[in-house]
Write a protein that binds this ligand. Structure first.
Ligand code: CMC
Length: 378
C-alpha cells in the first residue's frame, strides 16, 4: 500500500489538471489562458475575459457581441426568486442571501443535460447574468425598497452599479469596477474553486456548484478578507496609529487582513494593478484618510514582514476601491462572487470534460475496538 504524507490544507498537492489559469508566486505572475492579467486589465472587459476563461480562446467580435447580448437579456430574475429574497432577514449577510438565491435558481432548471453544449452555454449565461441582479436586489430589499430593474442600455458593470442605487455610475468608476471583476475572476485552485470542482465532480447542476463555491468564498481567510480590511482601516483610524496597530497584531500573532498569500511570496500582481486604479479613483474623487492609512500600512508591513514573503494581496486594495465607490462593506465579498462565478464555471466545464468524482483519503488517528457503553453507565 502506498503511504502518502498528510499535508494540512493540501498545500502543494495538485487537485486537478487545468489549463484555465497559471500563477507563479515567486515572480508575481498571473495568466488567464496564457495571457497576463496586466494585459487583460488594460485591454479587455469582464465579459470578454469570462468568455476567454470558459471557452478557452478570445472571442471574435461577433462571438463577443452575441455573448454580451445573451447576458444583457438574461439579467432579470424571476419574481419568485425576488419574493423568496424578500423573506430573508434584513440583518442576514448578503453572501448567505446570494448562496441561497443561486441554489434556488436551480429549482427552475432541473434538467441536467451536462454533456449538451447548449445546456452548458445557457447555464453559463444565466448565472453570469443574474448573480449581479440578485446581489443588487437583496441590497435594496433589505433597506425596504423594491429592486431596480436592470438597464439594457448599460454594460455589465455599469448596470450592476446602477442597480445598487438607481443612479448611473461615473464612467471612470464603472471601468475601474469592470477591471476589478477581471482581477477577481479566476485564481487557480483556491478554496472556492476547489469546492466548485468537488461539487461538479458529483455531476450535480451548475447552480449547486456555484452555491457551494459561494459558501466557501464567504470565509474571512478567503473572499471575506476585503470586508475585514475596511473594518481594520476604520479601527486604526489615523496614520499615526498604523505602526502600533501592526506591532500589536504581530505581538498577539494575529493576522493582518489583506496581507499574505498561500501562493504569492512577492506582492500579488492584482494588488499592484488595484493600487494604481485606487490612485486614479482617489485622484478624481478626492483623497481620504483610508487611502493614507493603507499606504502607511503597506510600508510598515513590508518593513516587518517582507522577510516572510508577506505583501498586500488582492483584497487589500479592492476593499479600498469599493469603499471609495460608496459600496456597502458587506457587499465586497458578493462582488468577488460576481466576478468569480465565471472562473467557477470555467472549472465546472473543465471538470465535466474529464470527470472523476473527488474521493480523497484521510489519515485516521482515532480509536479502534472500542466497546459501546450503555447510556446509564457513561
Ligand atoms: N499577517 C501577519 N502574519 C502573517 C499573515 C498576515 N496576514 N499571513 C501570514 N503570516 C505569517 C504567519 O503568521 C506565519 O508566520 P510564522 O511562520 O512565524 O508562524 C507565516 O506568515 C506563514 O503563514 P501561513 O499561515 O503558513 O500562510 P498560509 O499560506 O497558510 O496563509 C493566508 C495564507 C492568506 C491564509 C494568510 O496570509 C492570511 O491569513 N492572510 C490574512 C487574510 C487574507 O488577507 N486573506 C485573503 C487571501 S487573498 C484572496 C484569496 O485567495 O481569497
Amino acid at each position: 500500500m502506498m503511504v502518502c504524507e498528510y499535508k494540512p490544507g493540501l498545500e502543494g498537492i495538485p487537485a486537478a489538471q487545468s489549463s484555465i489559469s497559471y500563477v507563479d508566486g515567486q515572480k508575481g505572475l498571473l495568466e488567464y489562458r496564457g495571457i497576463r492579467i496586466e494585459e487583460l486589465a488594460e485591454k479587455s472587459t469582464f465579459l470578454e475575459t469570462a468568455y476567454l476563461l470558459i471557452w478557452g480562446v478570445l472571442p471574435s467580435k461577433e462571438e463577443l457581441e452575441t455573448f454580451e447580448h445573451e447576458v444583457r437579456y438574461h439579467r432579470r430574475i424571476k419574481y419568485r426568486i425576488r419574493d423568496m429574497m424578500k423573506c430573508f432577514p434584513e440583518s442576514g449577510h448578503p453572501m448567505d442571501a446570494l448562496q441561497a438565491s443561486a441554489a434556488a435558481l436551480g429549482l427552475f432548471y432541473s434538467l441536467r443535460d451536462l454533456h449538451n453544449p447548449v445546456y452548458i452555454r445557457d447555464s453559463v449565461v444565466r448565472l453570469i447574468a443574474t448573480i449581479p441582479t440578485m446581489v443588487a436586489a437583496f441590497q435594496l430589499m433589505r433597506k425596504g425598497n423594491d429592486p431596480v430593474r436592470p438597464r439594457d442600455d448599460l454594460d455589465y458593470s455599469a448596470n450592476f452599479l446602477y442597480m445598487l442605487d438607481e443612479q448611473e455610475p461615473d464612467p471612470l468608476a464603472a471601468r475601474i469596477f469592470d477591471i476589478c471583476l477581471i482581477l477577481h475572476v479566476e485564481h487557480t485552485m483556491n478554496a472556492s474553486t476547489f469546492s466548485a470542482r468537488v461539487t461538479a465532480s458529483t455531476l450535480t447542476d451548475p447552480y449547486a456548484v456555484v452555491a457551494s463555491a459561494v459558501g466557501t468564498l464567504g470565509g474571512p481567510l478567503h473572499g471575506g478578507a476585503n470586508e475585514e480590511v475596511i473594518q481594520m482601516l476604520e479601527e486604526i483610524g489615523s496614520v499615526e496609529n498604523v505602526r502600533p496597530y501592526i506591532e500589536n497584531c504581530l505581538e498577539r500573532k494575529s493576522r493582518i487582513m489583506g496581507f499574505g498569500h498561500r501562493v504569492y511570496k512577492v506582492k500579488d500582481p492584482r494588488a499592484t494593478i488595484l493600487q494604481k486604479l485606487a490612485e486614479q479613483l482617489f485622484e478624481k474623487f478626492g483623497y481620504d484618510k483610508n487611502y493614507d492609512i493603507a499606504q502607511e500600512m503597506e510600508r510598515v508591513v513590508e518593513e516587518k514582514l517582507a522577510s516572510k514573503g508577506i505583501y498586500p494581496n488582492v483584497d487589500f486594495y479592492s476593499g479600498l476601491v469599493y469603499k471609495k465607490m460608496g459600496i456597502p462593506t458587506d457587499l465586497f465579498t458578493p462582488i468577488f462572487a460576481i466576478a468569480r462565478v465565471a472562473g467557477w464555471l470555467a472549472h465546472w466545464k473543465e471538470q465535466l470534460a474529464e470527470n472523476r468524482i473527488f474521493r480523497p483519503t484521510q489519515v485516521y488517528n482515532g480509536l479502534h475496538e472500542v466497546t459501546y457503553t450503555p447510556i446509564d453507565q457513561r
